[in-house]
Design a protein around this ligand. Structure first.
Ligand code: ADP
Ligand code: MG
Length: 255
């Protein structure tokens, strides 16, 4: 059987005494677009942050491209994979955050070329070429030399997407990337993602509150509540005929 690109197996995650995930299992196949929906505080961002190794875990295993992010040590318990290994893992993942997190003192173009040059050791010429292509992809070629604070929220988020793509990740993680935007700016950002999904068949794991969008682009939608997948399935099934009462109640409030 083909191995999943992302795999959580019997994962346990706590913040102090608060259990976020217990015996949690989840996977994403290469080429799949998976949306996670669910109430606030249910662990959606934590899931993505674990993949980015911004958070650790207390038990189980998380694999990216078949390789674990942590390994078990008899004395120390779970310890991160070695640096070289983690570095390799991080190159498999690109994340876009709700609040852009662009570098304010760098131009748009520099925001995009920074990681390919500093992390991947690309030359300035190579990195600039990638940035030019990506700026065109997100429709911002004319903003290359501007600073983030002179851009609209929608434009900032499109730069955020270009920056994540500059590392040529195998999978794109999107955490409520339109939640901080004024409603009239949401579509221009979703259009970029649509284009990636449809024309570039990118593997994506996205957390979203835009239900119509999740329904439109996903291969699979997972309804999350209290650190567990309550229900998952193809969008038409989950959105139109949800089985679980909790899913029904959640969707009623959103659609
Ligand atoms: P979601 O993204 O679904 O809204 P999160 O993954 O952000 O949920 O959070 C899940 C739970 O974990 C929440 O109860 C939140 O308060 C808690 N939590 C998240 N990050 C931390 C942290 N760094 N320290 C303590 N608790 C946290
Ligand atoms: Mg969140």
């Amino acid at each position: 059987m083909k191995q999943p690109l992302i795999e959580f197996k019997n994962v346990e995650k706590r913040f102090g005494d608060t259990v976020i995930f217990k015996d949690f299992n989840f996977s994403v196949e290469e080429g799949e677009i998976v949306s996670i929906i669910g109430p606030s505080g249910s662990g959606k961002s934590t899931l993505l942050r674990i993949l980015m190794t911004l958070e650790g875990i207390e038990g189980g295993v998380v694999r990216v491209a078949g390789k674990p992010l942590w390994h078990k040590d008899t004395d120390k318990g779970l310890v991160p994979a070695d640096e070289k290994h983690l570095h390799e893992m991080r190159n498999h993942l690109g994340m876009v955050f709700q609040h852009f997190n662009l570098f304010p003192h760098m131009t748009v173009k520099r925001n995009i070329t920074e990681a390919p040059m500093c992390v991947q050791g690309k030359t300035k010429i190579e990195a600039n070429k990638i940035a030019d292509e990506l700026l065109e992809l997100v429709g911002l070629s004319d903003k290359a030399d501007m600073y983030p604070n002179s851009l609209s929220g929608g434009q900032k988020q499109r730069v955020g997407i270009a920056r994540a793509l500059a590392m040529q990740p195998a999978i794109l993680l999107l955490d409520e990337i339109t939640s901080a935007l004024d409603p009239e700016l949401v579509e221009e950002v979703l259009d970029v993602i649509r284009n990636l999904a449809l024309k570039h068949s990118f593997t994506m794991l996205l957390v979203t509150h835009e239900m119509y969008f999740a329904r439109e682009i996903s291969d699979r939608v997972c309804f999350f509540d209290q650190g567990a997948i309550v229900e998952e399935g193809e969008p038409e099934t989950l959105f139109i005929h949800p089985k679980e009462e909790r899913t029904q109640a959640f969707l009623k409030a959103y659609m």
